[in-house]
Design a protein around this ligand. Structure first.
Ligand SMILES: Cc1ncc(COP(=O)(O)O)c(C=O)c1O
Length: 376
């Protein structure tokens, strides 16, 4: 398998830890363990009984039951826990696909959902999300791309980095098209609980029996560092995916599983304060972008906590983002990480004070270094 380098992760390795203001991340800002305990009532004694034993390859049954109850069909057998949803998507792809399989996928898309398919040797058909269409997928094109040879369709709604989503009618058409040809539908729902401008869609499993729903603690619940993600789907479809773990992580740490199970039982309480702050930031961002029209355009995200902004007179935002990080201490993610160099990913779920400061610095950096443009 030939792996492609991942520009997003290269960028994060370089800038995430040392840049004081984060305007680039795709999830709400993380909780400390003390905050987690305060919000959820977790007690240290819950860990005292822990034996540092091996865990189940599929994930501890209590954690799987919590995931199945909240996001699945209530059956823990239809859940596989993984080390983050990046791991979960990897397992779904390598477990269910072979070289030569035809796969339909959105472009841009989070790298594991896209370039991994190329590494596996799949025939990849992309459905472009275009700025000119406010990044909305053209459903007719998408459905036309799904044919008798399609083994899997891969989507992520709300979408990273554009925040676009689809309607329930479009979701039903998509399920129907997959069903007609017997294709798996990989539905990355990382931002499911961060839907705000659009209607929250039902997760497509168990409604569609060949759906594989991907989920994570990283984006909506402020716990990226716990590294817990999952696949929800028919046990028989998860079985070949699980086997890959025998060569990689084997299982998720039982310490982590205890904390994650408690977190899921209190997922709403964890999500609410961060979502509220993100929505306040979003309103502020909207007003701020109004003052930046000569430099920046955007399409309003419907969910997730990122906007994929576009700079009128910058063809490749990477040098701009580098100088922004290095001279102003503000991290954006250049659109080169998503095959769209005129754009940049702007995350709006950081702490309000630093978020506003970050926008102020971004504004001054733009004024100092961007050519001006009269909005037409
Ligand atoms: C759409 C999407 N899926 C999956 C992931 C992976 O997240 P994690 O492995 O932290 O669960 C990300 C991270 O940015 C993402 O944006």
């Amino acid at each position: 398998m030939q792996l492609t380098r991942v520009p997003l992760e290269d960028w994060m390795r370089h800038y995430y830890f040392d840049t004081p203001i984060d305007l680039g991340s795709s999830g709400v800002y993380p909780y400390s363990f003390a905050e987690f305990k305060r919000i959820t009532g977790f007690r240290d004694e819950a860990l005292d009984a822990l034996v540092f034993d091996d865990s189940d390859t599929m994930g501890a049954v209590g954690l799987r039951a919590a995931i199945a109850d909240r996001w699945g069909d209530g059956d823990p057998d239809n859940v596989m826990v993984a080390n983050g949803s990046n791991d979960a998507s990897f397992l779904a792809m390598v477990g269910l696909l072979e070289a030569g399989d035809e796969v339909v996928v959105l472009d841009p898309i989070y790298h594991t959902l896209g370039s991994l398919l190329v590494s596996i040797g799949c025939q990849v058909k992309t459905v472009p999300l275009l700025w000119e269409n406010q990044f909305a997928p053209n459903m007719d094109d998408m459905l036309a791309a799904i044919g008798p040879r399609t083994r899997m369709v891969v989507v992520n709604f709300p979408h990273n980095p554009t925040g676009v989503s689809i309607s329930r009618t479009q979701q039903l058409r998509l399920i129907d098209a997959c069903d007609k040809v017997g294709a798996y539908l990989v539905w990355d729902g990382a931002f499911h609980d961060l839907t705000f401008e659009a209607h929250q869609l039902p997760l497509p499993f168990p409604e569609y029996e060949r759906a594989i729903v991907i989920g994570t603690m990283s984006k909506a619940y402020g716990m990226p560092g716990i590294r817990v993600g999952w696949c929800i789907g028919q046990a028989a479809h998860l079985a070949p995916c699980m086997l890959w773990k025998d060569y990689t992580s084997l299982y998720v740490s039982p310490w982590v599983e205890i904390v994650a199970q408690h977190a899921i039982a209190h997922a709403d309480a964890l999500c609410a304060p961060r979502k509220k702050e993100a929505l306040e930031n979003f309103a502020y961002l909207e007003r701020w972008l109004d003052t930046q029209r000569e430099h920046i355009a955007w399409t309003k995200p419907q969910g997730g906590v990122t906007a994929f902004i576009r700079f009128h007179h910058i063809d490749n935002t990477e040098p701009f983002c580098r100088s922004l990080a290095e001279t102003c201490g503000v991290m954006l993610v250049p659109g080169t990480a998503f095959n769209n160099p005129k754009h940049a990913r702007l995350g709006f779920a950081g702490p309000s004070k630093s978020f506003r400061k970050g926008l102020e610095l971004l504004g001054s950096h733009c004024a100092a270094s961007c050519p001006t443009h009269s909005p037409g």
